[in-house]
Design a binder for this molecule. Structure first.
Ligand SMILES: NC(=O)c1ccc[n+]([C@@H]2O[C@H](COP(=O)([O-])OP(=O)(O)OC[C@H]3O[C@@H](n4cnc5c(N)ncnc54)[C@H](OP(=O)(O)O)[C@@H]3O)[C@@H](O)[C@H]2O)c1
Length: 239
């Protein structure tokens, strides 16, 4: 799991451990990762920390090697790490490229970096799954539907665009990996009151645990698990 030390990722890690899975808690700050691992293990789970900054390609490769040495395979990859970024830098008309690139570096290229590094380990699993944590803001259907609240959000060239690209990345990986039985889906956790929401001009209402539920569902579904889809608690979302 990436970004598993807090927020939705931490809630997913805790829940997967409760379900009996051995969880590798990826965190870019080793101390925060160790704290999350200690909490999960104190609650009766089995978790292991791993240093993982999704923007650091060498560090991600090293993490994959450590997982290979210690566990030999990976059954589930949850690409959860994500940032809202500097909102002012993303506004149409006053956007600046450095701010946009930073968002894409984590939310899109970070997912590619981690997925490419972990694929050899996923290929060793009998039933591998990849869950990409996307966002309802990525939905063009919702964003262009005048009756949906997302259509009234201020325009942004960064975060929603990065997550829409993540959705297409999900479809492309799903297509490429379906013959190998590796299932790849994107999920929208809903508007959760985590540190992610700190810079927003409004309050988000769901808990991290509520947001984690759809991630856990797609990570643990059996053979009936779809692939190449975009889901929230209520089912498929419009692209
Ligand atoms: N909260 C919402 O309303 C909402 C809605 C839709 C989608 N999402 C998505 O849900 C995911 C989790 O968000 P959250 O709400 O749980 O936010 P959060 O509380 O801010 O947690 C984000 C996590 O990602 C990690 N992270 C950020 N950049 C990273 C990097 N370069 N390498 C590795 N880890 C990195 C953070 O690590 P640090 O602790 O080191 O910063 C943290 O663990 C994100 O992908 C977000 O886009 C959130």
């Amino acid at each position: 799991m990436t970004g598993a030390n807090k927020g939705i990722g931490r809630a997913v890690a805790g829940r997967l451990a409760e379900l009996g899975m051995t969880v590798v808690v990826g965190a870019r700050d080793p101390e925060k990762g160790a704290e999350a691992v200690a909490e999960i293990n104190a609650a009766g789970g089995t978790a292991h920390p791993i240093g993982l900054d999704v923007t650091d390609q060498r560090g991600v490769s090293a993490a994959a090697e450590q997982i290979a040495d210690r566990f030999g395979r990976l059954d589930v990859l949850v690409n959860n790490a994500g940032i809202a970024g500097d909102l002012a830098a993303q506004a149409p008309g006053s956007a600046h490229l450095d701010g946009l690139r930073a968002v894409f570096e984590t939310n899109l290229f970070g997912v590619v970096t981690v997925t490419e590094a972990m694929l050899p380990l996923l290929r060793r699993s009998a039933a591998a799954r990849i869950v990409n944590v996307s966002s309802g803001t990525a939905s063009m259907g919702w964003t262009t539907d005048a009756t949906h609240y997302l259509s009234r959000m201020p325009g942004s060239l960064g975060y929603p665009v990065s997550k829409a690209a993540l959705n297409m990345l999900t479809v492309q990986y799903a297509k490429a990996l379906s013959r190998e039985g590796i299932l790849v889906n994107a999920v929208a956790p809903g508007a959760c009151d985590t540190d992610f929401a700190k810079g927003l001009p409004f309050q988000l209402t769901r808990t991290a645990a509520e947001g984690a539920a759809i991630v856990v569902r797609l990570a643990t579904l059996g053979r009936e698990c779809p692939t190449g889809g975009f889901f929230d608690d209520n089912g498929r979302l419009p692209w």
